[in-house]
Design a binder for this molecule. Structure first.
Ligand code: BJ8
Length: 424
């Protein structure tokens, strides 16, 4: 692996603190990923990306900037990457998924803020993540209260544009979101100096759809009775999708899917027949949050689906590729994105319908409803989720957790008991 210290220094990072993070990563990757048996060969690519997570992609982003390009950091799956790429810029996901960054966030945020927000703010203010240093502008959104206030804090340190996401899904709300996307286009054009033409937008709608299609193909493989890939491996692929080069990501994921489809045809499974199939639903699992997947899959079950933003909410449904004018294209983008079902919307019945549909499609035996501590939205919506699942006769376990390891043992006990109950 290349020595990236010079690059990190030039990014103004806190090298001493960052070295502490780098020191623990190899062990975590080894424990969580490399210890798994019978992994697909195609995981080599993602292993390499994770092993040099703060080296490979950051240096590509810097090379893009040296060629005059801009980089935009995003925090939510409602922000349309298509528009950013259409201005010859790069969008990269910035959500923080490590406890390492949380204390930095707690210096400026109330402790009872969700760890995803605290980690994201901490990664920027403590200068311990190259992606947060590289992004020229952050694109925030008005999803939850914690994020809204976090943008104000971050905007004192870095340019931030906030998209006003409606919280209902009436016709006028979809229209309002289309207007916000058009406003984003203007901001991105001004910031990059590049025009978003209908041709450019059409090209990039396809680019991002192709990434979605590759992920959909991966998830299709996970529906099989033969389980060709662990949930932990599938999760890291979803997480990498947020910041990898979209075309290369689609290519590598399609290559992996060739192997997975072959495995299915030959009956090669990563688990023994009868292993209970679990779906996770709830708040996103930002990289490197692999805690729950690891616990589930070392407790005798396998994760086959995530109804999460690091899961089906990210890739299901495509933007209509047939539109020709900018206005029509933006409407089509708004239509697709407003089909995502985040708990920040009211009402959000479609998410409950999705969970039940996915439970059937992925033939799950049980569901774990995961809530990141202090996420009031998903916690409250858990009432409807768990009630609907009970009505459907699908076993459900509700869990609240954060990024620390302090509850790992307790979670393991609860998950093991849940799996045992499914086995009986
Ligand atoms: S579309 S889930 S990525 S907002 S930050 S809401 S966990 S308290 S991340 Fe999200 Fe977009 Fe919705 Fe998905 Fe709760 Fe934390 Fe808020 Fe969070």
């Amino acid at each position: 692996m290349a020595d990236n210290h010079k690059m990190w220094e030039e990014l103004g990072m806190n090298l001493e603190l960052h070295d502490q993070l780098c020191a623990v990563l190899p062990q975590a990757v080894g424990d969580v990923f490399l210890s798994q048996e019978n992994r697909p060969e195609g995981m080599d690519y993602y292993d390499m990306v994770v092993a040099d997570i703060h080296g490979i992609r950051p240096s590509e982003l810097i090379a893009h900037q040296e060629n005059g390009g801009k980089v935009f950091g995003t925090f939510c799956v409602y922000v349309p990457d298509e528009v950013i790429f259409a201005a010859d810029a790069i969008a990269t996901g910035l959500c923080g998924g490590s406890q390492f960054w949380v204390p930095g966030g707690e210096k400026v945020l109330p402790t009872n803020t969700c760890p995803l927000i605290k980690a994201s703010v901490g990664a920027r203010l403590d200068r311990t993540c190259p992606f947060f240093r590289i992004a020229d502008m952050y694109i925030g959104e008005t999803t939850c209260d914690g994020k809204k206030k976090a943008w104000e804090i971050l905007s004192e340190d870095v340019p931030v544009h906030v998209m006003d996401l409606p919280q209902m899904k009436r016709v006028k709300d979809v229209k309002a979101w289309a207007e916000e996307i058009a406003a984003l286009k203007d901001v991105v054009e001004k910031f990059t100096g590049n025009q978003v033409t209908p041709e450019k937008l059409a090209e990039n709608i396809k680019l991002i759809n192709n990434k979605r299609k590759a992920l959909a193909r991966l998830y299709e493989c996970r529906k099989s009775e033969t389980v060709p890939i662990s949930g932990t491996d599938a999760l890291v692929i979803s997480q990498i999708a947020f910041y990898d080069d979209p075309a290369r990501f689609a290519q590598m994921t399609n290559k992996l899917c060739d192997e997975l489809e072959k495995r299915i045809a030959e009956g090669v499974s990563v688990v023994s027949a009868g292993t209970k199939r679990i779906m996770l639903t709830g708040t996103p699992l930002a990289i490197p949050n692999w805690k729950l997947h690891n616990i589930v899959e070392t407790s005798g079950a396998v994760v086959v689906c995530e109804e999460m933003c690091t899961g089906t909410r990210y890739f299901e449904r495509y933007v209509d590729e047939t539109k020709e004018t900018l206005e029509e294209q933006i409407d089509a983008i708004a239509e697709r994105y407003m089909g995502i079902n985040c708990a920040c919307f009211t009402p959000n019945h479609a998410r409950i319908d999705d969970i039940i549909r996915l439970a059937k499609e992925y033939k799950v035996d049980g569901i774990i409803d995961v809530n990141l501590k202090f996420c009031n939205l998903y916690d409250t919506e858990g009432y409807f989720v768990e009630r609907a699942l009970k009505e459907e006769g699908i076993p459900v376990l509700g869990i609240e957790t954060d990024y620390t390891d302090s509850d790992a043992q307790q979670l393991r006990t609860r998950v093991s008991a849940f799996v045992e109950m499914l086995n009986n």
